[in-house]
Design a binder for this molecule. Structure first.
Ligand code: MG
Length: 211
């Protein structure tokens, strides 16, 4: 429990795996009601904030969404790989993504739908790579994310941190005239780095860390 809280608060950074003696706690957390309840706290705040905005009407207001563990869940994968207690295995994770069956995180889907009603356009910004565009598009569509302004993926072979990539992409959006009214992700690297957006929202993720 204290490990998860410290991770969420960014007191522990750079961690490689969930400590083995926390495996049961983390699996109980993710498969029980707490994960959804903690997520709902974030989503409810985000929706209340979005509803309070006075939109310009120029159609340039966007909301940035991360994909994995924010829009889509890798829980079926994590369940088979020790809930983060094992070192990250890129090959098996890529295989999971390629299956295109990642379920939506329902709280995020609720926020997504409300933003579209309000006239705020979603932009997906992910460290998935360009060669995963087709499967990511298919997966998002099949899970109820039916419309977006942009789906931004990393170029294959890009040698930079996720945080640097995402910050650069947000800067391009701002330079193109977009107004980032909100930004939600499960990693600090999704939401740190100017321009991060007018408000950022940190979705819970106690299973892995991306710098
Ligand atoms: Mg993520």
């Amino acid at each position: 429990m204290s490990v998860r809280t410290a991770v969420e608060a960014h007191n522990i950074i750079g961690w490689k795996t969930v400590p083995a003696d926390c495996a049961e706690y983390v699996s109980d957390y993710l498969t029980g009601e707490r994960y959804g309840r903690d997520s709902d706290v974030v989503i409810n705040e985000a929706i209340a904030y979005a509803e309070s905005l006075k939109l310009s009407g120029h159609g340039k207001e966007i909301w940035v969404f991360d994909v994995d563990e924010t829009a889509l869940s890798t829980l079926p994968y994590q369940a088979k790989h020790g809930y983060g207690t094992k070192p990250y295995d890129h090959a098996s994770f890529v295989q999971y993504v390629a299956g295109g069956s990642a379920p939506a995180l329902q709280g995020t889907l609720r926020l997504y739908r409300r933003l579209l009603q309000l006239g705020i356009k979603p932009v997906f910004l992910t460290d998935r790579t360009e060669d995963q565009r087709a499967v990511t598009t298919h997966n998002l569509l099949s899970q109820g994310y039916y419309s977006w302004e942009k789906l931004l993926l990393q170029p294959v072979g890009l040698q930079t941190t996720t945080q640097a990539f995402k910050t650069g992409e947000r800067q391009k959006l701002v330079s193109a005239g977009y107004v980032i009214v909100g930004n939600i992700g499960d990693q600090w690297s999704d939401i740190l780095g100017s321009p991060e957006g007018y408000r950022t929202f940190k979705y819970p993720n106690p299973i892995y860390y991306v710098a």
